[in-house]
Design a protein around this ligand. Structure first.
Ligand SMILES: [Zn+2]
Ligand SMILES: [Zn+2]
Length: 114
């Protein structure tokens, strides 16, 4: 079995001025996440509201809401080839975002029609 290009992040970049995190996937698709929505969809037990809520799909509408503050990312640490740990400027770093769920959360018009 080879690498699943759809959920393989070829390139990840953060643009603090634009408040976005951009992922270029192995299949060439590009995902632009507004930082606030990404912070609010943190998959850790604390943010999800308990272990029983972990792994629930995120409503991509979260990315359409206007930001209420400026967010920063201080570090991105890839966990093998299945996830990335995001270190937020507010000190929160227990969120481990799986590439697969990031791809399924992609807020673009192709991935989320209407
Ligand atoms: Zn969290
Ligand atoms: Zn997309």
């Amino acid at each position: 079995m080879g690498v699943n290009k759809k959920t393989f992040a070829k390139e990840v970049s953060v643009n603090t001025a634009e408040q976005t995190l951009t992922i270029i996937w192995g299949d060439g698709h590009q995902t632009v996440f507004p930082l606030e929505g990404l912070r609010k969809s943190c998959p850790c037990a604390v943010c999800a509201g308990g272990h029983e809520n972990m792994g629930k799909p995120i409503d991509p509408d979260i990315f359409k809401k206007p930001p209420t503050q400026t967010w920063t990312i201080t570090n991105l640490e890839e966990m093998g080839n299945y996830a990335v740990q995001i270190y937020w400027g507010d000190g929160h770093n227990t969120g481990i975002y799986q590439w697969e769920s990031l791809r399924s959360m992609c807020p673009c018009d192709i991935c989320q029609p209407e």
